[in-house]
Design a binder for this molecule. Structure first.
Ligand code: FAD
Ligand code: NAD
Length: 397
């Protein structure tokens, strides 16, 4: 029987792909067996999902076959759903089998957090995966088509986005860009369409630079977005949303961007979590499990001031690299490396040709920030797939 250590990576998102690619580079021939498990045979760019969701870009610009990103002579790709993590047995139960591991990397990404708000899980849609955004795009178009069959149903032209964090703002911007196109296609007067963005906090993008927040709101208001700030969605119903003030917005389309939590499989495995995220040590290991590494949206780490780092692709990628280095070090009996986050800044798109950014100690807005956003996206494509992937999937205009 083989005595080569078995490494299993769960999830081929930002953290998982970077871990796999780095492992295939660093491991010597026959030093370890590496298996990458993902529920799809493609990797998708979560950071781009708001565009196909609104219909302003295609699904094909948002994903790439995993086989194009890894060397399948070095890494076994298993397309399956992870159903259970059995820490005591060092096994992972998949929908169609079981895998045992010596080292486990958990990079399963986040899930929408509904905070127990009644009706959200049943009646709202979320921007989480290729499948979920396909549904949103089709649903929006269908509402226009249905409205044309019965123009008394004006609720079909009301679109509610719950939460004005980065996901909500980026989506609402794309939707506002798409509406004029849909109105033309379906012969609908744009004045009858309402796009609402509801935010519980006193401001959109809570915690972000106030000057950039104000700019973002101005741009989006000009595109027709109606903000409801400082008021929470209290309930979601088949007829729309009810706000904390008691106001009801009638709508057949509610997109929930009110926050995320860690993957529920992690709690089920018995880890201690905060909203599904595990407080990992400096080396990205789960407490009490030196052979289990948790990265990306499922991990919880704190900055030097003691505040949790927000779950982003940026941190997930950096963790992926350190995680791979630490798994290799652990196999070789070498010293592990502490993870240190290097913040490259934040760029948020506000639709076509518009964005805001806080990077390199400076603020950027408008066209310049929009070019920065493109650069960030292309840098990612280059990191995981080199120039061929940039040319194939990059958006240059
Ligand atoms: P993910 O990238 O979510 O990957 C998880 C993987 O695990 C997926 O491939 C999934 O299919 C797979 N998986 C999940 N469950 C199972 C299972 N049970 N079995 C098998 N496979 C499974 N961050 C930024 O830094 N910049 C941005 O501009 C940005 N934009 C964003 C825009 C939107 C609309 C959203 C929703 C998020 C955005 N983020 C952004 C956040 C960023 O996408 C996440 O923090 C990042 O994807 C986390 O990486 P991850 O590797 O932890 O998980
Ligand atoms: P988030 O937690 O950042 O924002 C959710 C927003 O919803 C908050 O502003 C919150 O106040 C609001 N909210 C919560 N409950 C509400 C309610 N009942 N009614 C109305 N509003 C409510 O979540 P997100 O925007 O999905 O972002 C998730 C993570 O992904 C974050 O770490 C974010 O930084 C990252 N992200 C980054 C980018 C980018 O860098 N461009 C884009 C998208 C997401």
């Amino acid at each position: 029987m083989s005595t080569i250590p078995k490494i299993v990576i769960l999830g081929a998102g930002y953290g998982g792909i970077l871990t796999a690619q780095r492992l295939q580079k660093e491991l010597n021939y026959n030093e370890a067996d590496v298996t990458l498990v993902n529920r799809h045979d493609y990797h998708y760019f979560t950071t781009h999902l708001h565009m196909p969701a609104a219909g302003t870009d295609s699904i094909e610009h948002t994903r790439v076959a995993i086989s194009k990103l890894i060397d399948e002579f070095k890494i076994d790709l298993v397309k399956s759903n992870v159903q259970e993590i059995r820490l005591a047995d060092k096994k992972v139960v998949l929908q169609d089998g079981t895998l045992s591991y010596d080292y486990l990397v958990i990079a399963l990404g986040g899930e929408p957090e509904s905070f127990g708000i009644p009706g959200l899980t049943e009646y709202a849609m979320t921007i989480r995966s290729i499948n979920s955004v396909r549904l949103i795009r089709q649903h929006i178009e269908y509402q226009f088509a249905l409205y044309k069959m019965d123009e008394s149903r004006t609720d079909r032209l009301n679109f509610v986005v719950g939460g004005a964090g980065f996901s909500g703002i980026e989506f609402v911007a794309e939707l506002a860009d798409r509406i004029p196109q849909l109105c033309k296609e379906y012969d609908v007067d744009p004045n009858f369409v309402n796009v609402y963005n509801v935010e519980a906090a006193p401001t959109v993008l809570p915690g972000f630079d106030p000057e950039l927040v104000e700019y973002a709101m101005d741009v989006l208001k000009k595109k027709g977005v109606q903000f409801k700030i400082g008021v929470a969605i209290k309930e979601c119903t088949p007829d729309g949303v009810i706000l904390a003030t008691g106001e009801e917005i009638k709508s057949q389309t509610v997109i929930w961007t009110g926050g995320i939590r860690g993957n529920r499989l992690i709690e089920a495995a018995g880890f201690e979590t905060a909203r599904g995220r595990v407080k990992v040590d400096d080396y990205l290991r789960a407490p009490g499990h030196d052979n289990v590494f948790i990265i990306g949206d499922n991990s919880l780490m704190f900055n030097p001031e003691g505040r949790p780092y927000p779950p982003t692709a940026q941190i997930a990628m950096q963790q992926g690299v350190t995680c791979a280095q630490n798994v290799v070090a652990a196999i070789r009996g070498k010293e592990l490396k502490k993870f240190v986050f290097s913040n490259k800044g934040t760029v948020a798109s506000l639709g076509k040709g518009e964005a805001i950014a806080s990077a390199f100690g400076k603020k950027y807005k408008g066209w310049v920030a929009a070019q920065l956003k493109k650069l960030v996206d292309m840098r990612y494509l280059f990191i995981i797939g080199g120039i061929p992937l940039v040319l194939k999937k990059g958006r240059f205009f």
